[in-house]
Design a protein around this ligand. Structure first.
Ligand code: ZN
Length: 174
């Protein structure tokens, strides 16, 4: 595994559409392992292959929704789940939307308010090429929508109602 360089704006690769993966070979496995390591090193909670300059439809996500803790209770440590999806597609999305403040590893100087579906169904393939389906909600749904946008050359700044420079670096970059 190796940490790859994360591509940032204005690199034009971020605006291009990624290709559908057809070969589940050694190179794909190396790419996936490198994406996982690069995301963890950044650190980020999601990464799409175009963000390391590879125009293939592959994303990795690792995130755990924060648990609500009652007063006086010890917080429970949640181990974030790792998702690897090849050729992911958004299926049914909830009509309910939420506005959230997003940042992106490829746009380090800006954050912005983006409206996204509250929950989405996702289908795609796992790293061995077997079909998989997910239903995700809340922030996890936002991460998947953001990463799948990267595969289509769309950046959050194009969807944002407003963008600004953060005073402090964001913790959950995608
Ligand atoms: Zn991003």
């Amino acid at each position: 595994m190796a940490v790859r360089n994360i591509v940032t704006l204005p690199d034009p690769v971020l605006r291009r559409k990624a290709r559908t993966v057809t070969k589940f070979d050694k190179n794909l496995q190396i790419l996936i392992d490198d994406l996982i390591e690069t995301m963890r090193e950044a650190p980020g909670v999601g990464l799409a292959a175009p963000q390391v300059g590879v125009l293939e439809r592959v994303i990795v996500v690792q995130y755990a929704e924060p648990q609500e803790v009652e007063e006086g209770q010890e917080p429970i440590e949640v181990i974030p789940k790792l998702y690897v999806l090849v050729n992911p597609e958004i299926g049914k999305a909830s009509p309910e939307t939420v506005i959230g403040v997003e940042g992106c590893l490829s746009i380090p100087t800006l954050i912005g308010e983006v409206e996204r579906a509250y929950s989405v169904r996702i289908k795609g393939l796992n790293r061995r090429g077997q079909p998989m389906k997910l239903k995700v909600e809340r922030w996890l749904a936002r991460i998947f929508q953001h990463e799948i946008d990267h595969l289509n050359g769309i950046l959050f700044t194009e969807r944002a109602t407003q963008v600004w420079q953060p005073e402090e670096p964001s913790e959950e970059l995608i």
